[in-house]
Design a protein around this ligand. Structure first.
Ligand code: LLP
Length: 409
């Protein structure tokens, strides 16, 4: 179900017209649908209902405190990669027994915090990290539950910059090192190996690489004879950003996992980010200027790459739609750009667009994951507001940063 769509000619977020929100909130701002967030979470858990996995929402994809609280209410755990994300997830009420801590470069302080908070698993990515967790646990008189992150040398067909499971990527341990570390952990007195984790990349829309990962995991289980209490399959489940994008067949993925889990006493963990948050938001922006050059028409928005980095960083595609559609179509070479002093501050190139004028508003779509969480103060611009719509109600869930707070340091 889609909760952000045109109702007649007005782009609506649930029962609110996006245009009416521009009268209440200063653009640019992120605008989320709560119903969409919940529906995505339920769709995910329904697809896997046979195995009842622990779903740990990947906080890096969207760390808005209110959204985390909403996800907690419907049973989500959290996948965190920093002390900040861990503390935020806990503050949002997520039980620490539903939190996994991932990341290649956890610091001393972060490990201490994760141990003190008794997270479900610390997913380790190197032998040095295992030694450090063991040492800190000893000092704290604790036995810490850990997982090992495997690098399966499997590449999900996705953007190179968001692929993490190839042998040259910095993530995890290759099969042999993983098996060796499994053996060495037996001798480490203060850590308990409970999990095997993997995450091969993001925005994967084909189930084949996921299937291949499971067969590598089966190989490891056979070799080590360890019955892992948890197998954490990470995130990576892709969404469609445009009509051209293939849709991930989640039911097919579920079938593959169901088969894998047969005769095993393992709890599956997933760490979806994009699948849960991706299509929950639009970035509402105003057209400041329309500038014609020889070959192009630049449509200059008040949102920039500091508000939404994905197009500039990954060449990522996000549709742009007018908040109010009309039947007049303009043809040309339209470039939707931001105000930032970088040529890469470009969102989209279009050959046709609904007729628009300076002062009109547009929505950049599917920006709920890695939108706000990648935002910055570049060009000394404030972090923008986030608004949550539910039904015909709306509330501010992040206040726009004040200019004063920016200019003092
Ligand atoms: N688990 C781990 C260990 C991860 O590294 C990630 C994402 C996830 C889970 C969640 O992945 P998801 O389900 O969202 O695909 N900034 C990029 C995406 C980077 C993903 C980093 N890791 C983008 O905007 O496309």
């Amino acid at each position: 179900m889609n909760y952000i769509k045109f109702s007649k000619n007005n782009l609506s977020v649930e029962k609110m017209s996006a245009l009416s929100l521009t009268k209440k909130y200063k653009t640019p701002f992120y605008c989320y649908s709560l119903a969409q967030l919940k529906s995505n979470f339920y769709n995910f858990s329904n697809a896997f209902k046979q195995i009842k996995p622990l779903i740990c929402f990947s906080v890096k994809s969207n760390s808005n405190f209110h959204l985390l609280k909403e996800l907690k209410k419907i049973g989500s755990g959290a996948d965190v990669v920093s002390a900040g994300e861990l503390l935020k997830a806990i503050k949002a009420g997520i039980q620490t027994k539903k939190i996994v801590f991932s990341g290649v470069g956890k610091t001393n302080e972060e490990i201490k915090l994760a141990i003190a908070k008794k997270v479900l698993l610390i997913n380790m990515e190197s032998e040095s990290e295992a030694n450090l967790i063991n040492k800190i646990s000893k000092k704290m008189s604790r036995i810490t539950s850990v997982g090992i992150r495997l690098n399966p040398n499997i590449i999900g067909k996705t953007n190179k910059k968001i692929s993490t499971g190839g042998k040259d990527d910095k993530f995890g341990l290759n099969k042999n090192d993983c098996i060796n570390l499994c053996k060495k952990i037996n001798k480490m007195t203060n850590i308990k190996l409970e999990g095997l984790s993997v995450h091969i990349g993001s925005q994967i829309t084909n189930t084949k690489p996921f299937k291949n990962v499971l067969s590598v995991i089966d190989g490891i289980i056979k070799k080590t004879k360890i019955n892992f209490k948890f197998i954490d399959l990470g995130g990576g489940m892709g969404i469609s950003y445009s009509k051209k994008d293939k849709k991930l067949n989640l039911n097919q993925y579920a079938k593959i996992v169901n088969k894998f889990i047969k005769n095993k006493k393992t709890k599956i963990i997933f760490e979806p980010g994009r699948f849960i948050a991706g299509n929950t938001s639009i970035l509402v922006s105003k057209i400041i200027y329309i500038k014609k050059s020889d070959k192009k028409t630049f449509i200059i928005l008040d949102a920039g790459m500091n508000d939404l980095l994905r197009p500039a960083l990954y060449n990522a595609h996000h549709n742009i739609v007018p908040l109010v559609k009309n039947n007049k179509i303009m043809k040309g070479n339209f470039e939707f750009v931001g105000p930032i002093c970088e040529s890469s501050d470009k969102f989209l190139v279009q050959k046709t667009f609904s007729k628009i004028r300076e002062g009109d508003y547009v929505g950049i779509t599917d920006v709920g994951a890695y939108g706000m969480s990648l935002a910055s103060n570049y060009n000394t611009r404030p972090i923008i507001a986030e608004v949550l719509v539910h039904g015909s109600g709306h509330k501010l869930i992040r206040k726009r940063q004040s200019l004063e707070s920016l200019i003092n340091n």
